[in-house]
Ligand binder design. Structure first.
Ligand code: SLC
Ligand code: ZN
Length: 491
């Protein structure tokens, strides 16, 4: 399945004889840039055919084999095996509670984006009260919506912060992105990338062979060989991904002295949160001005809302997507979702939680879940849901330690916090990372944040000004909050 995903190609919409489009970089770039609903629909349908439907039979066999492996490891099924990594008895209930905390904010953002998409594409393409068609959100899986920022941001007359354009104008290279990330970690008194990292990593797509382009970080468990493999393109998304992967390497470096059994994240979500937490500082207007990717003066109210919107269409919208992916697979591994219901149950969850619908009718000839890397590659996904919650708990604690955030002090706002060069913040982060998985994750969480639980309060505090703005804006325009049942057939 993973090889099929990595080698799948589709034909161009504009040139039916050009059939060598790979997901990275071709389809990803087309999906990011195209504002033609017909082209987007074509790319969506063809990719889900090539990478999704084609994997259905292998997936059904994989479920049987993986459940057999779970039972041989004394678990009931793979769902229980995956959740055991979080070492709490009520993990699924915690995920559900976190979703209830964030859902009101998501629904406000969903309603606002649906209106802006309707403004652009018309009400024959985007309805007033229904789910949003998944192919119009700038991302093949509608998991982050950053590529529609340019025509949906709240204050369009405020200069757009186009980091991709700035990076390309300044001739950024993949190596420069990695060097900048390494320099950020070193500014926190964290560990520099070792010489083998620079020698052995693959940071650009090779031209002489096919590889799995999906970004990954590797610990060779010898205390000196750590690598990243990714097919970097010069854009904001890969700027984030580079910090994300470098966060994995930094965690490897910090716990390399632990016995091998403890050379892992406190839980899988911790490992995914390290780089993203650093990227929250890197994405702040203050830091982007520092490194010359944004020019111009400091914030005013409208620019701040635009900035929070930019962060929200990345971080808030991701949560229902991530939640869906493993709720779906829990049901599959438990046998509650049979192969003849795979696609129906997948889209029922995506409509119920994310408020999106497929661009065309679906049948059980399709298998859209496998069109997402992690389903084809047997990678658990709740780790990212956890990460997108706890990274705001980490960020808030680090910003306070760096003196960058003081609650109620309007000159020290969380949205503009940049912990760059804060040794106090870096030392606190290092102390948590050095534990690896040697302590229960609540101990690690408490060491940095003083809290012993995953809580949405960090995220909700960060986005509170945006939440207030969205409620007022949706009230002003009389927007329907939530969504009525989809008219697309998929069950
Ligand atoms: C960057 C990685 C490799 Se660990 C990744 O898979 N991520 C990072 C964010 C969510 C998820 C995705 O791409 O779906
Ligand atoms: Zn990761």
């Amino acid at each position: 399945m993973e090889s099929n995903y990595a080698t799948s190609k589709i034909c161009s919409f504009k040139n039916a004889t050009k059939c060598d489009l790979a997901l990275e970089p071709d389809i990803t770039e087309l999906f990011a840039k195209s504002q033609d609903p017909e082209e987007l629909r074509h790319l969506w349908v063809e990719w889900h055919r090539a990478a999704g439907a084609r994997a259905r039979d292998n997936f059904t066999q994989y479920v049987q084999l993986d459940n057999e492996a779970a039972k041989l490891n004394d678990f009931k099924d793979v769902a229980e095996w995956w959740q055991a990594e979080y070492e709490v008895a009520d993990f699924e209930a915690q995920l559900a509670r976190l979703w209830e905390d964030v859902k009101p904010l998501y629904q406000q953002l969903h309603a606002y984006v649906r209106r802006r998409l309707r403004d652009k594409y018309g009400d024959q393409v985007v309805s007033q009260k229904g789910p949003i068609p998944a192919h119009l959100l700038g991302n093949m899986w509608a998991q982050t919506w950053n590529n529609i920022e340019s025509f949906t941001r709240p204050y369009p007359d405020k200069k757009e912060v186009d980091i991709t354009q700035a990076m390309q104008e300044q001739n950024y290279t993949a190596l420069k992105m990695f060097q900048m990330s390494d320099e950020f970690f070193r500014s926190l008194n964290l560990t520099a990338m070792p010489e083998k990292f620079w020698k052995n990593s693959i940071i650009e797509k090779p031209t002489d062979r096919e590889i799995v382009c999906h970004a990954s970080a590797w610990d060779f468990y010898d205390g000196e060989d750590f690598r990243i493999k990714q097919c970097t393109t010069i854009d904001y998304e890969y700027f984030q991904t580079t910090h994300h992967e470098m966060g994995h390497i930094q965690y490897f470096l910090q716990y390399r002295h632990q016995p091998v059994i403890f050379r892992d994240g406190a839980n899988p979500g911790f490992h995914e949160a390290v780089g993203d937490t650093i990227a929250l500082s890197v994405s702040s207007p203050k830091h982007l001005r520092r490194v010359g990717l944004v020019s111009g003066d400091a914030e005013d109210e409208q620019t701040e809302i635009n900035q929070l919107y930019k962060m929200g269409i990345d971080k808030i919208v991701f949560l229902p997507f991530a939640y869906t992916l493993d709720l779906f697979r829990y049901g599959v591994f438990r046998g509650e979702t049979r192969p003849e219901d795979y696609n129906c149950h997948y889209w029922q969850l995506r409509e119920a939680l994310q408020g999106v619908e497929p661009p065309v009718n679906r049948t059980e000839e399709d298998f859209d879940a496998a069109a997402k890397y992690h389903v084809s590659a047997d990678v658990e996904y709740a780790r990212y849901y956890v990460s997108f919650i706890i990274q705001f708990q980490f960020h808030r604690a680090l910003c306070q330690l760096a003196g960058e955030y003081v609650p109620e002090d309007l000159t020290k706002k969380l949205v503009d916090c940049d912990i760059y060069q804060s040794v106090a913040a870096g030392n606190a982060l290092a102390n948590m990372l050095k534990m690896g998985s040697s302590r229960p994750w609540p101990d690690a969480m408490e060491a940095l944040t003083g809290q012993r639980a995953m809580r949405a309060d960090g995220l909700l505090e960060y986005f509170r000004p945006l939440h207030d703005w969205l409620r007022a804006e949706n009230q002003r325009t009389g927007e329907h909050i939530g969504w009525e049942p989809s008219k697309i057939q998929y069950c």
